[in-house]
Design a protein around this ligand. Structure first.
Ligand code: NAD
Ligand code: WQD
Length: 340
């Protein structure tokens, strides 16, 4: 069975993908700086899957550490989740974001090349589309990221595609995630943001456990049925399954770069998320109506058809599943891993 190295594997999406990889029989090692995560996540991955991945606590920009991990793990492929991901932080400090995200990937790929590991699955984002011309958004839509974080994702996509173009022994899958939410149904791992969450679902979950009095609801005058913005929320375990499908596809497609939207294809409003999470938590989840958040687009959801046609993958979990599983995590870990 194949062996994979997962950068950022202690983080939210990486840890869930590790569970799916281990359960599918992969050998898994994680390289993570723990800059935005906890080693406890890896312990919990081991508890769920019955096998604990080896953890290298190291930064992707640390060449010797990467060479050591490559030599010891001898992976067949790398899943590259590691990176900084806050849109407002990237607007405030673009140099930090460009340096961190671009350097991490360049240094990682150079280490992969030295080790003869030439298969990569990269965590990109629907944020590369910016405000879309058409909905649902296909992979062929124009890309015009509206913030430095999104620009780093697009530049990394281009860097990876250039590497594959230059040497057909490489292959790559660029996965554009829409809005990942939810948790493993065990409730043992989940999203654990540092500080006040910027994203909708983690904020609402913290309201449900009493960490905030109410949700700030940004924008009720959008041209949508209930006036709130529409997004494509996808269960993190569906996303994890998408990585497995992409990884398998790379085994048979050397010399190619594939780009896939990973979303459900459904636009869901902020108020629909609030209602669904009320159902899962039994909490009234009050909100305060505020102006639109600068930079937000009114509507964004995926055309996930290409992943279905080429990978045989589609999301199967519902919004109710996302809310139930997210609550299984948050209700048992009100302070996240930091409270363990
Ligand atoms: P996360 O912060 O929970 O996970 C990222 C992990 O990478 C963390 O464990 C962090 O400690 C680690 N890390 C960061 N920089 C590193 C470095 N230089 N070297 C080693 N480790 C490093 O974030 P997440 O939500 O799990 O996101 C994973 C990836 O998916 C990121 O690349 C993110 O940009 C992308 N993404 C996330 C979302 C989302 O909404 N969560 C949406 C689209 C794309
Ligand atoms: C969803 C909706 C908010 C918080 C972001 C990144 C994107 C990707 C996914 C990484 C919007 C509203 C939110 C709150 C609210 N990440 N909202 N009150 O903005 O679609 O995408 O995460 O790649 O790059 O931009 O997700 O969860 O922040 O917002 O009313 O406290 O919820 O205005 O309409 P978004 P989100």
């Amino acid at each position: 069975m194949a062996t994979v190295l997962v950068t950022g594997g202690a983080g939210y999406i990486g840890s869930h993908t590790c569970v799916a990889l281990l359960e599918a029989g992969y050998e898994v090692a994680v390289l993570d700086s723990l800059a935005n995560s906890s080693a406890a996540a890896i312990d919990s991955v081991g508890e769920i899957a019955g096998r604990r991945p080896r953890l290298y606590v190291a930064d992707c920009r640390d060449e010797p550490a990467l060479d050591k991990a490559m030599a010891e793990v001898r992976p067949d492929a790398v899943l590259h989740f590691a990176g900084l991901k806050s849109v407002p932080e990237s607007v405030a400090d673009p140099i930090r974001y460009y340096r961190h995200n671009l350097e991490s990937t360049a240094v990682l790929m150079a280490a992969m090349e030295r080790a003869g590991v030439r298969r990569i699955v990269f965590s990109s984002s629907a944020t590369v589309y910016g405000e879309p011309d058409l909905l649902p958004v296909p992979e062929t839509a124009a890309t015009r990221p509206a913030n430095p974080y999104g620009s780093t994702k697009l530049m990394i996509e281009q860097m990876i595609a250039d590497v594959v173009r230059a040497d057909s022994r490489w292959s790559a899958a660029l996965l554009r995630y829409f809005n990942p939410v939810g948790a493993h149904p065990s409730g043992l791992i989940g999203e654990d943001p540092e500080g006040v969450p910027g994203n909708l679902m983690p904020y609402l979950l913290q309201v449900a456990v009493g960490r905030h009095p109410h949700l700030p609801l940004y924008g009720t005058d959008y041209p949508t049925p209930d006036g709130t913005a529409l997004r494509d929320y996808i269960h993190v375990m569906d996303l994890a399954d998408g990585h497995l499908a992409a990884l398998k596809h790379l085994e048979t497609s050397p010399g190619q770069t594939h780009t896939y939207n990973l979303g459900t294809g459904q636009g869901v409003s902020v108020l629909e998320v609030v209602a669904a999470l009320r159902g899962a938590t039994g909490h009234p989840l009050p909100y305060e109506e505020l102006d639109r958040r600068p930079g937000d687009v009114p509507e964004l959801w995926a055309d996930p058809g290409q992943a279905l046609r080429e990978l045989g993958w589609s999301a199967s979990r519902t919004l109710a599943d996302m809310c139930r599983d997210a609550w299984a995590w948050q209700s048992t870990h009100p302070q996240g891993f930091r409270g363990d």
